[in-house]
Design a protein around this ligand. Structure first.
Ligand SMILES: *Cc1c(COP(=O)(O)O)cnc(C)c1O
Length: 380
């Protein structure tokens, strides 16, 4: 059987080894060191923000952001529903309760009208959320102007989960730089990877300094080991930060490759009745981390699951769209605000959506194989 075609896998650029070698030569294998500082500065410069703190995972970055915002027991945090569970897990780590917000059709991300209703309700109950976590799905930025306007009006801080949207922009500004805090992930499947890792970014350098303190066991400045608050072991290692520096050098190239993959799917699939690819909102630029589409059950004779199985039989990896968090058993009983009265957009996207192989290492021939299997199954 031919080599498996993957959704998204690590794609090294070649420069990573140089930074890893430097870490070895200086014996800076332990956490921290020049690669950590370099990776933080280079990423902050790339996205155009004051500062960055390198951590062990995107999840850790979200947890630190919520911690810095003072999220604690009894608080609520609003969060996009159509996302990977890591967006919301830190809300629970903090002892707070998530309230999930539906998607809208233009970006598949947080619906401003659902967010507005969630705020109206919480204001009338006299209990505003401590934070709002806005996710940018598969590289596509959410409607940041509309969403930020609402959050600013209620004076509630935003954490932008840009784990999937590094390199994307909204009205010319880099994804992840809109809220009080932004987070990125360098997990193995993301557009660039350090095998595992994450970044917390902000214009508030004092807050980032405190984040680094919390991420290294919150050790007070004293000659002995002294601690006044509970800390975490969340820092990124100097070796992995070296991989990140090399990966950052090829990020724009990866974005171009992912976008070209999307364009090739679009060219063929836009001609198939009942198939629609994920939109790109005007004035935004998506990194197209994953190419995603929807199947209209009225027009297409195959279900997303059967299509995923058909691809899998040809050794091609495809996945359903994220299962909305308000439908997850672990979040049963949590509040949820739908886009419209009888329209739950995230559920429809979940029922109809598929993520296609979007691996930047995929050859044209391999993508043609994927397209052939799709066409064969869609047009019968
Ligand atoms: C990957 C991902 C995360 C978590 O990042 P890790 O580095 O795996 O902890 C968070 N949110 C979203 C939307 C993600 O896709």
């Amino acid at each position: 059987m031919s080599e498996r075609i993957l959704l998204s896998s690590p794609h090294m650029g070649g420069g990573e080894q140089k930074y890893i070698n430097e870490a070895f030569e200086t014996n800076w294998i332990a956490p921290l060191g020049t690669n950590v500082d370099g990776f933080e500065n280079e990423l902050a410069e790339y996205v155009g923000i004051q500062g960055a703190a390198a951590v062990s995972a995107g999840t850790a970055a979200i947890d630190l952001a919520l911690n810095l915002l003072g999220v604690g027991a009894g608080d609520t945090v609003f969060c996009s529903s159509l996302t990977f569970i890591a967006s919301a897990n830190p809300i629970v780590y903090r002892g707070a309760k998530p309230v999930f917000i539906d998607s809208e059709w233009d970006t598949w991300n947080m619906s401003p009208q659902a967010l507005e209703r969630a705020f109206e309700d919480s204001a009338s109950e006299g209990k505003l959320p401590k934070a709002v976590i806005i996710v940018n799905l598969y590289g596509q930025s959410a409607k940041m102007d509309e969403l930020m306007e609402i959050c600013n009006r209620y004076d509630v801080a935003v954490v932008e989960d840009a784990a999937e949207s590094l390199g994307s922009t909204y009205k010319g500004k880099k994804s992840g730089t809109f809220g009080k805090y932004g987070i990125y992930s360098f997990n193995g499947n993301k557009i660039i990877t350090t095998s595992g890792g994450g970044m917390l970014v902000s214009d508030d350098l004092e807050a980032l300094k405190h984040a680094r303190f919390l991420a290294t066991q919150a050790r007070d400045t004293a000659k002995h080991y002294q601690h006044s608050v509970i800390g975490y072991n969340y820092r990124l290692s100097n070796v992995l930060a070296g991989i990140g520096r090399g990966q950052l050098e090829v990020l724009d190239e990866r974005v171009a490759q992912k976008r070209a993959i999307f364009e090739r799917y679009l060219e063929v699939l836009s001609k198939v009745d009942g198939v629609s690819l994920m939109p790109e909102l005007e004035d935004t630029f998506s990194n197209r981390w994953l190419s995603a589409l929807q199947l209209d059950p009225e027009k297409v004779n195959i279900s997303p699951y059967d299509l995923i199985d058909a691809l899998n039989e040809e050794n091609i990896e495809a996945r359903p769209v994220w299962k909305p968090l308000h439908l997850q058993p672990v979040f049963e009983g949590c509040k949820f605000y739908a886009h419209g009265e009888d329209e739950v957009v995230s559920e429809i996207l979940f029922e109809r959506g598929i993520c296609l192989p979007s691996d930047s290492k995929m050859t044209m021939e391999q993508q043609q194989e994927v397209i052939d299997v799709l066409i064969k199954n869609l047009e019968c």
